[in-house]
Design a protein around this ligand. Structure first.
Ligand SMILES: [Zn+2]
Length: 266
């Protein structure tokens, strides 16, 4: 069985946001209250987190998440890596470092910003001596677009995304899930790889309703889904421009907007 748990469905400011509150979103609909995006996929008992939201602490507490097999990061914006420090708590429970997978442009930022957590030879000794000490550990695994790797036996292929204002990637997980980070277009190499599979689930950021210089709008997002025909698609990473009911009304039956703690199983 595969389970997808959408811990947070919001874009970088969250909804409500400090600057414009609920914006276009109906404040009376609890599905419009969104923390920043993190997603968990559980495949045959292997639990993978995609992106580490700054709201990770509350999300893990709400869902009693105390264990992870690995973390995939799509890009180095704060709303996707701001929760890495919270992973020390998972280290504290599991007494072992956590495998983080990301392209080199993300790892450079992680190593700089979370230097005290990144395992290297010097840190390793201290970590082992101290077990679950102040030095929580993340183990760096640099991945490359289009190059398959295994996470606890699960096949994962990073795919290249274009048009965001920093380099961004997505992941094809177990030939059944396509998870996209922030994007405006897919690289042609990514399209080729997705075309080789029949996705059960496509997780795709909507962010804003209208086309934006750095984000695909609703029309492009729906075109992208239509191109690859996944069994179902979930739109996440929605800012306050994206009212839950309005998005739901404008999407076909196999596409739904995410809300915090939405769970899907197949
Ligand atoms: Zn983002």
């Amino acid at each position: 069985m595969t389970r997808a748990l959408f811990l947070g469905a919001g874009a970088s400011p969250g909804v409500p946001s400090i600057s414009c509150g609920f914006g276009c979103c109906n404040p009376n609909n609890p599905k419009n209250r969104r923390t920043r995006t993190s997603t968990i996929y559980e495949i045959g008992g292997v639990r993978i987190l995609v992106d580490a939201s700054p709201d990770l602490r509350a999300q893990f507490l709400d869902n009693e998440i105390k264990y992870l097999d690995g973390i995939l990061i799509t890009h180095a914006h704060f709303d996707h890596i701001g929760g890495i420090d919270e992973l020390r708590e998972i280290n504290r429970i599991n007494h072992k470092p956590l495998d983080v997978y990301a392209p080199d442009y993300v790892m450079k930022v992680i190593k700089k910003r979370y230097a005290y957590m990144v395992m290297d030879k010097r840190n390793k000794q201290e970590y082992i001596r101290d077990g679950y000490s102040a030095r929580g550990g993340v183990k760096v695994n640099v991945v490359k677009p289009n190059r398959e790797f295994r996470l606890k036996g699960i096949k994962i292929v990073p795919i290249k995304l274009l048009g965001h204002n920093v380099p961004s990637c997505g992941y094809i997980i177990n030939d059944e899930i396509v998870h996209l980070g922030d994007f405006r277009y897919l690289a042609s190499s990514a399209e080729k790889l997705i075309n080789k599979i029949e996705p059960q689930l496509m997780t795709i950021p909507l962010t804003v309703m209208e086309e934006h210089i750095h984000h695909a709008g609703l029309d492009s997002v729906l075109q992208c889904i239509d191109k690859f025909k996944p069994e179902q698609a979930v739109l996440n990473h929605m800012a306050s421009e994206c009212d839950y009911d309005e998005v739901n009304r404008r999407t076909p039956e196999n596409v739904q907007p995410a809300y915090d703690n939405l769970t899907i199983e197949w």
